[in-house]
Design a protein around this ligand. Structure first.
Ligand code: COA
Length: 415
């Protein structure tokens, strides 16, 4: 079957996490992704967090599926020429170097346009233009600068970063969308363009609801669905809301049977207004259905703590999966706290290709997260990440170099 991005060639100059997540998605949609790495070293993640000596790490393999790898020393004059031929042949150059690195290599936007006016140049940077534009940035820096950390955690504790890599993988997703949009626009303009996704902006986009709450707080001084209401205090900035849903349907994480020994024996419980009557029946508090303190969503807000304590009495008598089964029969929204072990063993996630087992010639079999976006006419087949320089000869031949020229360039250390 054909793929959505068949025929699109990506010059993948990305490293670490944010850029590679973007190009991996494009590869899964069918683009030919040619990853350019430094000879002898490659993407730094190949050797970071290694669990098997001398094998590419899971960090690398899980972010670089379905790509080809070519090694080029882009600071070597002959290597630069090879990169120039790649620029001429590709549709998109994706990079996430520190600010200015591409320019220092001699590949300014102007130079790239000269070589290939149709080229789309897509970049992840830590910050957009402004006081921090020259800063190097990693995941947690972006989570902090994008508003996620100040609004995550509990009121009586410090800011907390999330396990979800919203700064890196989140920005990679944003960039992928920008690239696809630019490719679409190129169909009518015939021109390339620059695409920028700043990590701070990406995180802030995902924290949109917290900027909403900032303005609500400034107007009213109080947010009734936050745990600070009614007995705590609000300052002048959005506070950390613990496990409150932060939306119109109050929720909280509640203990389930086994919580004393299992750190993940919990369930997220949402007191969705339309099923309030069902909730009362399930937990045996029918008297709350028409009680003036509990009957309406607004009346319940000052009593949320007591309500969740009462629901927790009920959830603690059942495992999280029993709670899930019972509540779903009543259309009550809830979600078990799943550990990574439980997710890795989940049969249904494997059936849909969201969890995939991949075989690698050096490290053997490992699990990865497949493409979370499913296209009915462009199915994803996850193939292993490339070894360093595995496709150098193949790509060089496609660029028109013969075997002697390739050997010479290797002897010069250019590729
Ligand atoms: N041949 C020769 N040189 C190469 C090369 C190649 N194939 N590939 C990269 N290089 C060089 C670059 O030109 C750069 O050289 P310079 O500093 O002399 O200009 C150098 O390698 C290092 O690149 P840099 O991006 O600065 O790497 P770093 O390890 O110092 O910084 C980051 C890593 C992630 C902090 C930085 O790249 C960054 O801030 N990126 C943007 C934000 C981002 O994506 N962050 C999240 C990463 S998950």
């Amino acid at each position: 079957m054909s793929k959505a991005l068949d025929g699109v060639r990506i010059l993948d100059f990305t490293h670490v996490q944010s850029g590679p997540t973007c190009t991996q998605l494009l590869a899964w949609f069918g683009a030919d992704v040619i990853k350019v790495e430094r000879a002898g070293a490659g993407d730094i993640t190949r050797e970071q967090l290694r669990d098997i000596p001398d094998a590419d790490s899971l960090y690398f393999t899980m972010l670089n599926h379905n790509k080809r790898s070519i090694t080029i020393d882009t600071k070597n004059p002959e290597g630069k020429k090879v990169l120039e031929s790649l620029v001429k042949k590709c549709d998109v150059l994706v990079e996430n170097f520190a600010p200015g690195a591409l320019d220092r290599m001699g590949f300014t936007w102007e130079r790239i346009q000269e070589l290939n006016p149709k080229m789309i140049v897509a970049s992840v940077k830590g910050f957009g233009p402004g006081p921090y534009e020259d800063c190097k940035v990693y995941e947690n820096v972006a989570q902090c600068a994008g508003g996620a950390a100040s609004t995550t955690g509990f009121d009586d504790g410090p800011p907390v970063v999330s396990g979800a890599q919203i700064g890196d993988s989140g920005t990679g997703l944003h960039l992928a969308l920008g690239i696809v949009a630019a490719l679409f626009q190129r169909n009518t303009t015939g021109r390339g363009q620059k695409v920028l996704a700043a990590m701070q902006d990406g995180v802030l986009n995902l924290c949109r609801v917290k900027l909403r709450d900032q303005q609500r707080l400034e107007r009213t001084g109080v947010m009734k669905e936050y745990p600070q209401f009614p007995n705590g205090t609000f300052g002048d900035a959005v506070p950390r809301a613990g496990n409150a849903s932060g939306g119109g349907q109050p929720g909280w994480i509640l203990k389930c049977k086994g919580w004393e020994t299992d750190p993940n024996a919990y369930i997220y419980f949402i007191t969705q207004a339309p099923v309030w009557g069902e909730i009362c029946k399930v937990i045996g508090k029918e008297e709350w259905i028409d009680h003036p303190d509990y009957k309406t969503a607004a009346a319940r807000l000052p009593h949320l703590k007591d309500i969740f304590a009462e629901i927790e009495h009920w959830t603690m008598s059942k495992t999280k999966f029993q709670v899930m089964d019972i509540l779903n029969k009543h259309d009550i929204p809830c979600g078990p706290i799943l550990s990574m072990k439980e997710i890795a063993e989940d049969e249904s996630l494997r059936k849909t290709g969201t969890i995939v087992e991949v075989d690698h010639p050096v490290r053997g079999k490992y699990l990865t997260v497949g493409n979370p976006i499913k296209l009915s006419d462009s199915p994803t087949e996850v193939t292993r990440s490339p070894l360093l320089g595995e496709h150098t000869d193949e790509v060089m031949a496609e660029l028109g170099y013969n075997a002697d020229q390739i050997a010479t360039l290797k002897s010069l250390g250019a590729i």
